[in-house]
Design a protein. Structure first.
Length: 167
């Protein structure tokens, strides 16, 4: 991979649940978000990073949220919704799309850390606005169409083990 232009202004949007579940299911490990962030920025002008996270009733994830903050990732927190019958949902897709569109005018590059095919329309929109969109995720669990529409796909599977933390 060739070096990236240092003057590019970069924002990193991390779909924490998507990466978390991929790492857990594929490798029985946790994601090293510090390494993900470093590789996403890739020596360019770092503007900001958002980590989209979910809070449970127990609050056990608070130290994890604090750790993300310490490495420069601003957390966007949503409460886990639980319905009668036990169904649970915490979907950040719309929030990620809104942030990307809202912040894009001041950026050259958006690095989307998610393999979710729901973001295909967002990537196409951002590219039509003249933005470079890089997708960074575990290739084994990433939508093929998302890989296809991105300007660049950074496969976390290829960078193992640096992108993983042992349990």
């Amino acid at each position: 991979m060739q070096p990236k232009p240092k003057e590019q202004r970069v924002e990193v949007l991390i779909d924490v649940q998507n990466l978390y579940h991929s790492a857990k299911n594929l490798y029985h490990a946790r994601v090293n978000y510090q390494e993900v962030l470093k590789n996403a920025i890739s020596g360019r002008k770092f503007i900001r990073a958002f980590g989209y996270v979910v809070r449970t009733k127990t609050g056990e994830e608070t130290p994890f949220f604090d750790a993300l903050g310490k490495i420069g990732i601003e957390t966007r927190v949503r409460d886990l919704q639980e319905w009668y019958g036990g169904a649970k949902k915490a979907d950040w897709d719309v929030g990620i799309v809104i942030d990307a569109i809202r912040t894009a005018p001041g950026l050259d590059v958006i690095v989307l850390c998610s393999g979710d095919g729901d973001f295909i329309a967002l990537v196409e929109y951002l590219k039509n606005q003249g933005k470079r969109v890089e997708v960074m995720a575990f290739g084994k669990t990433t939508s093929a169409k998302l890989i296809e529409v991105a300007d660049e796909f950074i496969d976390l599977d290829d960078g193992l083990p640096k992108f993983l933390l042992k349990k």
